[in-house]
Design a protein around this ligand. Structure first.
Ligand code: TXA
Ligand code: MG
Length: 303
């Protein structure tokens, strides 16, 4: 049996499989199996109110699960497969576990771009829910080593698909009312706004908050010092562009390259055991919005 066949059999029988996507590694379960979904929350130590993304292998499968208003059709046609998650109204007969929606009438859907992820979902023949494959609140995994370090024995099987090329999670857009950015991520806001021809509303500007946007998240063990324009003695350093350091997110100030490096470099610096990780300023353009969002959460006071 191939790894994908093994993984698909485990998922179909209610197990947990960590698998590669283009954004970060996911901790997958059969979306239609309540017990399997519950095991995800348990393995991650995740607060129950945080709903999960259902991953499907194509747009047709997505149509069977949720209502697609015109704006959703536009975004799905333009950006799937890819690092975009759409929050939509569940169809009445949607077979995805209500636990995955955490009691909401909506469902988050995404068609990932990684060939292994697509092959796996196709082999399972059902939607696969998958949060990032890290303990809740910790840095997201972009390699199998990160997954093994963080979740170890709590996963039944891990598929190695190489380092994640995007490196930050998908952008989450709600289409329950006006198009709203719930989480900045691997697809830049500007690209979505250009496709829709409207500006995206902000998550905190309206009643529809993203339940998963905990203040402290993505946290390394070290404290974080952001917008560091100079380096202090004893700090682990994360450079960007001309603010150089032994680890530099992107020497050429490319935010796409920086996103791909972000979590792996934070893992690496954290492993050095310093008390503080200082991070150079990152511009708020394109994927810079997602990078700054993750850094802000990593720096927030811990619960
Ligand atoms: O790139 C990604 O999105 C990765 C890979 C594995 O696909 N997955 C991921 O999942 O980041 P997770 O569970 O770590 O983040 C899902 C985000 C959370 O912020 C959650 O609150 C939001 O999506 N979300 C999920 N369902 C939702 C819903 N029904 N309404 C609003 N927000 C929802
Ligand atoms: Mg996560």
């Amino acid at each position: 049996m191939t790894d994908v066949e093994t993984a698909a059999a485990i998922l179909r029988s209610g197990g947990l499989v960590a698998f590669p996507t283009e954004t970060v590694y996911g901790l997958g379960a059969d979306a239609t199996n309540d017990r399997a979904v519950a095991r995800i929350y348990e393995a991650k130590g995740r607060p129950q109110f945080n709903p999960l993304i259902a991953h499907v292998c194509d747009v047709e499968e997505a149509f069977a699960l949720a209502e697609f208003p015109a704006a959703a059709l536009t975004l799905a046609a333009r950006f799937w497969p890819g690092p975009l998650t759409l929050v939509l109204k569940r169809k009445a007969d949607c077979p995805v576990s209500l636990l995955a929606s955490a009691g909401l009438e909506s469902l988050a859907l995404r068609v990932p771009q990684h060939p292994v992820a697509l092959e796996l979902i196709r082999a399972v023949g059902r939607p696969v829910v998958a949060p990032s494959a890290n303990p809740s609140g910790r840095i997201s995994p972009t390699t199998v080593q990160h997954v093994r370090d963080g979740l170890g024995g709590k996963v039944d099987f891990v598929i190695d698909g190489g380092p994640s090329v995007v490196g930050v999670e998908s952008t989450v857009v709600s289409l329950l009312d006006e198009p709203r950015l719930l989480r900045a991520g691997g697809l830049a806001r500007e690209a979505i706004e250009a496709a829709l021809g409207v500006k995206l509303a902000d998550a905190d500007g309206g009643p529809m908050h993203s339940p998963g946007q905990l203040e402290s998240h993505y946290a390394p063990h070290a404290k974080m010092r952001l917008n560091a324009k100079e380096w202090n003695a004893g700090e682990a350093r994360l450079g960007f562009g001309a603010h150089d350091a032994p680890l530099n997110l992107s020497c050429s100030s490319d935010v796409v390259e920086a996103a791909a490096n972000l979590f792996a470099m934070l893992h690496q610096l954290d492993a050095q055991g310093a008390d503080v990780i200082a991070v150079a300023p990152i511009p708020m353009m394109g994927l810079g919005e997602a990078i700054n969002d993750r850094l802000k959460r990593a720096a927030a006071p811990r619960p």
